[in-house]
Design a protein around this ligand. Structure first.
Ligand code: FAD
Length: 393
C-alpha cells in the first residue's frame, strides 16, 4: 500500500488543476524519498537536516507564489498550500523552514522592500543559497507583539546608519540564517522591518535547546546588542504592526494546509495499522471503538481539506480575509492535534515509537498550534469578527 496516498474522500482532486497535482506529486516524491526515511533520526538527535535546503530550493518550495523574475515560482496559492501539506506530511519542522523562508522572509522583502533589496536577496533566498529568519516574538511579548521593546535610533556618528537594540526569542531558522528580518520600533515608536546580516557586530543567534517539539527545526534567539546597520537595510514600505501581521497571514495560510498534511500521515498510518494488527483473533480495525476514531479522523480531514481549498480560491482571487485565514489555521491545528492523539492510541505502545511518525507529529503540532497566533488568539479574532467586540483589551 502506498504510504503517501492522500486521503480524498470527497474527490477534492477533481477541483485541482494538472499544475496543482504535478506540484503536489513532485514535493510528495521528495518527501517520500528524501525526508521520511531520515527524519526520525534527525528529530531524535534534535538536529536540523541541512541537506534539505538544497532540495527544497530545487523544488521551488521557497517563495513559490512570488514572480519568476525574483526567483519565485509564479504559482498560485493552491499549489503553495499543497506544497506545505506534503512537506508537513513529512515533518512540521521541514514545513516550518519553508514557511519562514517564503512567507516570513521573502514575502516582506518582496512586499515592503526597495528594488535594490529585492534584487539583492530574493533570488538567493529562492534557491536556498541564502537562508533567512523572522524576528517578531520577544521574551515579554508573544501574543501581543505591539508591546515589543526592540528599537533602533540613528547612529550618533554615522549618518547612513542606525543602531539596533533588543532581543527576540523562539525564532525558527535563527541558528543558521544568513539574514534576519527583525521588527523593531523607530524613534517615533512605529514598528519597522530591518534586514540584519550575519556577521554584523553585536548580532548573535544562540540556539534554543531542550525542545520536545519541532526537534528537526533549528530555533534560536536573536541578540541585538547595539548592532550598526546601514539605513538602506530598513524595509521602506513597512510601517506599523500591519506589516509583520501580513507576513503572518501568508504563513498561517500555509500552516492551515500543512497541519492537515501531518494529520493525513497520522490517519494513513493508523488506518494501515488497524487493518493489520490482530487482537482477540481479529484485526483491531474491526472493533467499533477503533472505527470511531478512524471515521472521525477522515471526517475532520475532509472538512479541513474543503475549507483549505476554498480559502485557496479566495486567496487566488485576492479576497481571503485575515479572519478567514485565522479560522482555517486554528481549525487545522486543532483537528490535526486531535487526530495525532487518536492515531497514537490506535497504535497502542507502538504509537510512542520513533519507528512510526505519529508521536513526532503529535509533539510537533504542539508548536504549530502555538506559533503564528495561538489557538486562543485565533478564536478571539473570530469572536471579534462576528460580534464586533474586541476581547483582547
Ligand atoms: P503568550 O503570548 O505568553 O501566551 C501564553 C498563553 O496565554 C497562550 O495559551 C495564549 O493563547 C494565552 N493568551 C495570551 N493572550 C491571551 C488573551 N488575550 N486571551 C486569552 N488567552 C491569551 N516567533 C517569531 O517571531 N518568529 C519565529 O520564527 C517563531 N518560531 C517559533 C518556533 C517555535 C518552535 C515556537 C514554539 C514558537 C515560535 N515563535 C516564533 C513564537 C510564537 O509565535 C509565540 O510563541 C506565540 O506567538 C505565542 O507567544 P508566547 O509563547 O509568548 O505565549
Amino acid at each position: 500500500q502506498d504510504l503517501f496516498q492522500s486521503p480524498d474522500y470527497f474527490n477534492i482532486d477533481d477541483l485541482l488543476t494538472e499544475e496543482h497535482k504535478m506540484t503536489r506529486e513532485s514535493v510528495r516524491q521528495y518527501v517520500k524519498t528524501g525526508i521520511s526515511p531520515v527524519i526520525d533520526d534527525y528529530c531524535q538527535r534534535a538536529a536540523f537536516p541541512e541537506h534539505i535546503i538544497e532540495g527544497l530550493g530545487n523544488l521551488g518550495c521557497f517563495g513559490p507564489t512570488l514572480p519568476v523574475n525574483y526567483g519565485g515560482g509564479g504559482l498560485d496559492y493552491i499549489s503553495y498550500g499543497l506544497m506545505m501539506q506534503e512537506l508537513e506530511r513529512g515533518d512540521s519542522g521541514v514545513r516550518s523552514t519553508a514557511s519562514v523562508q517564503g512567507s516570513l522572509v521573502m514575502h516582506p522583502i518582496f512586499t515592503y522592500g526597495s528594488e535594490e533589496q529585492k534584487q539583492k536577496y530574493l533570488p538567493k533566498l529562492a534557491t536556498g543559497q541564502m537562508m533567512g529568519c523572522f524576528g517578531l516574538t520577544e521574551p515579554d511579548f508573544g501574543s501581543n507583539p505591539a508591546g515589543m521593546l526592540t528599537y533602533f535610533e540613528d547612529d550618533e556618528d554615522d549618518a547612513g546608519y542606525i543602531r539596533l537594540n533588543g532581543a527576540k526569542m523562539w525564532i525558527s531558522n535563527a541558528p543558521f540564517a544568513d539574514i534576519a528580518v527583525v521588527w523593531a520600533k523607530n524613534a517615533n515608536n512605529k514598528i519597522q522591518g530591518v534586514i540584519v546580516e550575519r556577521g554584523m557586530e553585536g548580532f548573535f543567534t544562540p540556539e534554543t535547546k531542550h525542545k520536545w517539539s519541532l526537534r528537526a527545526s533549528a530555533t534560536g534567539e536573536l541578540v541585538l546588542d547595539n548592532v550598526k546597520v546601514p539605513k538602506s537595510h530598513i524595509l521602506p514600505g513597512a510601517l506599523g504592526l500591519k506589516a509583520p501581521l501580513s507576513c503572518l497571514d501568508s504563513a498561517r495560510y500555509g500552516i492551515a494546509w500543512g497541519a492537515i498534511g501531518a494529520a493525513m500521515d497520522c490517519y494513513d498510518t493508523a488506518l494501515r495499522y488497524a487493518k493489520e494488527r490482530v487482537q482477540f483473533d481479529r484485526p483491531i480495525g474491526g472493533f467499533q471503538l477503533i472505527q470511531k476514531k478512524l471515521a472521525e479522523m477522515i471526517t475532520e480531514i475532509t472538512k479541513a481539506q474543503l475549507m483549505n481549498w476554498r480559502l485557496g480560491v479566495l486567496k487566488n482571487e485576492g479576497k481571503a480575509r485575515p479572519e478567514q485565514i485565522s479560522m482555517a489555521k486554528r481549525n487545522s491545528c486543532a483537528v490535526a492535534s486531535q487526530i495525532a492523539r487518536d492515531a497514537r492510541q490506535v497504535l497502542g505502545a507502538m504509537g510512542i515509537s520513533g519507528d512510526y511518525s505519529i508521536m513526532r507529529h503529535m509533539m510537533n503540532l504542539e508548536s504549530v498550534i502555538t506559533y503564528e497566533g495561538t489557538h486562543e488568539v485565533h478564536l478571539l479574532i473570530t469572536g471579534m469578527d462576528i460580534t464586533g467586540f474586541n476581547a483582547f483589551k
